[in-house]
Design a protein around this ligand. Structure first.
Ligand SMILES: [Zn+2]
Ligand SMILES: [Zn+2]
Length: 141
């Protein structure tokens, strides 16, 4: 009786590790498909990953769409004008509360906190700009 994975296994065995040409590959990276020897294969939650992909995996935890959008708006607020930054602040504040309650993935926390900082900055600049405009109008009278 032939095991269905024999053909696949023999392909992997014939291949060499990308980093160690002298070592035969025991598996492939789940993400990029690089051949890995036993020494190179890193395990992340049961998946074989190469070192580079593991780094990326570690730096890319689950992040909710809201956290991404809030950060995007915060950045947009700095670049395009300040109003999106105020929206970013509100979104980020809401997202942080959801993370605290466990309703959103905690990976979004740094993004939401960054978005809130940008939101504060935009709001402060907006208020400052309004204040300056007001002063200029007063001094022109
Ligand atoms: Zn990889
Ligand atoms: Zn290797």
């Amino acid at each position: 009786m032939r095991h269905p994975s024999v053909a696949v296994m023999s392909t992997v065995e014939a291949a060499r590790c990308a980093a160690h040409p002298e070592a035969s590959a025991t598996t492939t990276c789940l993400r990029c498909g690089t051949f890995l020897c036993a020494a190179c294969a890193q395990s992340a939650e049961g998946h074989a990953l190469c070192g580079a992909c593991l780094d990326r995996y570690a730096f890319a935890p689950d992040v909710s769409a809201t956290a991404r959008i809030a950060l995007g708006l915060g950045l947009a607020g700095l670049v395009l004008g300040l109003a999106p930054g105020v929206v970013a602040w509100v979104l980020a504040e809401r997202e942080l509360q959801r993370i605290e309650r466990g309703e959103s993935p905690s990976g979004g926390r740094p993004l939401a906190m960054a978005a809130r900082m940008l939101g504060w900055l935009c709001t402060a600049l907006l208020v400052g700009a309004a204040g300056l405009t007001g002063l200029r109008l007063l001094s022109e009278e």
